[in-house]
Design a protein around this ligand. Structure first.
Ligand code: ADP
Ligand code: ASP
Ligand code: MG
Length: 411
């Protein structure tokens, strides 16, 4: 007997048939004698629609009202799954974030979980009840509903597993594990039996949306055993070999690859601040107000100045672009720049692997592979186990495929 958390993503609860199938899968774990807590996402497409409605009314909408709207998708599926479970004789009830409560900070739209009161849930689970938690949402210090950023149900699941001291956190999705790259773009991508927390963290943070970055961060910190599985395989996997991907400590991986994965992100935008005076304090004058406006800046390049001015280019989440442009426009006089140039047609491509720590030549292989396809690199950034480049968005798939082959990852 084990205590487990099972999380089902959007495509896994996309319609009533999928929800019935999820209920049957949960029942199998319950019948095997396990204590089970479930976390659900909204039905596939629902959150996109809710976000689009907010944005259509105002690009600079109130983040608290955004949360009120987007959190509703998960409320629906938590209730529906509880009904589906009850229908097949499983004692279940839904929980909204505020009911647990799952307390967060006040950063509406990208809130961080601060604490989960798990005592009541544990007692009920011991009494045979299955809690079905609406993922993606909590309650802020202002007493209002908060959400955790796109893909945030993964973080709900890992946080719940930590709070309940669960043995495993099973993330059920529409692929049967973590691959060397997005299998939808590269059909020859290989499934990884295991991936190190650090590699998964890096891959997630540069766009591999199979797990939300914060969920991996939290799993690493709390030592939660995360397994990525498909909810579409219909073999009963109970007690058998683990068919998905386990996220584990680096020491548990025997054969370390130099490059273990390639990720892309199309959620990027590039902003160039033209004609900035080249003097101390300018970076602070630009990035201070942006950070105060909760705009996360990623890659940054500053050119050498020809005269007394220079250009500064940086990337940010595309959704933050209107806020960034507004903020910089408000501070134009202090910063003293000439013009702002925004580009939304960019993508970030990254190669990740812990083996990079001890091997050289990873970046040059990347540059050569992109050059051979005639793909121009706009910005480069590196970390200990990652190299990222910014390219024109139209070459995203071509670049990912070329790199997958260049690093010998093709199956
Ligand atoms: P869910 O709704 O279940 O949370 P997501 O769409 O958030 O599902 O994440 C699963 C998707 O992540 C897959 O359908 C796949 O296209 C994408 N993905 C991107 N990179 C990878 C990767 N390296 N391995 C597996 N899936 C990946
Ligand atoms: N429904 C939310 C989203 O689409 C959260 C999640 O699915 O993890 O981003
Ligand atoms: Mg997801």
């Amino acid at each position: 007997m084990a205590r487990i958390v099972m999380k089902f993503g959007g495509t896994s609860v996309a319609d009533l048939d999928r929800i019935r199938s999820v209920a049957a899968r949960v029942k199998r774990e319950v019948d095997a004698g396990n204590e089970v807590a479930v976390v659900v996402s909204a039905m596939a497409g629902t959150t996109n629609q809710l976000v689009a409605w907010c944005t259509a009314l105002s690009a600079l909408h109130d983040a608290r009202e955004y949360d009120t709207v987007v959190a509703t998708g998960e409320q629906v599926t938590s209730g529906l799954l509880a009904i589906a479970l009850q229908t097949i004789g499983v004692n279940a009830r839904s929980w909204q974030g505020w009911q647990v409560p799952l307390a967060t900070d006040g950063a509406h739209g990208k809130a961080r979980i601060e604490s989960i009161a798990g005592g009541d849930l544990i007692r009920r689970m011991q009494g045979g009840q299955v809690p079905v938690l609406a993922g993606f949402q909590g309650i802020g210090p202002d007493g209002r509903v908060t959400t955790f950023g796109r893909g945030g149900s993964d973080t709900s699941a890992v946080a719940l597993a930590a709070a309940l001291r669960a043995e495993r956190c099973d993330i059920y999705t529409d692929v049967d594990g973590v691959y060397t790259t997005d299998p939808r773009i590269v059909p020859r991508a290989r499934k990884l039996a295991k991936i190190a927390y650090e590699e998964m963290l890096e891959l997630a943070s540069v766009g591999a949306k199979v797990l939300q970055t914060r969920s991996v961060e939290l799993a690493m910190k709390e030592g939660v055993r995360v397994q990525v599985l498909s909810s579409f395989d219909d073999g009963a996997t109970l007690g058998g070999d683990l068919p998905g991907t386990l996220v584990v400590d680096e020491e548990e991986i025997v054969e370390k690859e130099i490059v273990s994965g390639i990720a892309y992100s199309r959620d990027e935008a590039k902003l160039t601040v033209r004609g900035v005076p080249d003097r101390p304090g300018i970076a602070a004058a630009i990035f201070g107000p942006l950070s105060a406006a909760s705009v996360n800046v990623d890659m940054i390049v500053q050119n050498v100045s020809a005269d007394a001015t220079t250009d500064l280019t940086f990337t940010l989440n595309r959704a933050d672009l209107p806020r960034a442009e507004k903020t910089l426009a408000e501070h134009q006089a202090e910063i003293g720049y000439a013009t702002l140039l925004a580009d939304k047609e960019v993508a970030k491509i990254s190669v990740v692997g812990v083996g990079m720590r001890s091997h050289s030549g990873v970046a040059s292989t990347m540059f050569r592979a992109l050059a051979s396809k005639g793909i121009n690199i706009q910005v480069i950034s590196t970390s200990e186990i990652k190299v990222s480049v910014l390219i024109s968005a139209e070459y995203t798939e071509l670049a990912v495929r070329a790199l997958h082959t260049a690093y010998g990852l093709d199956a």
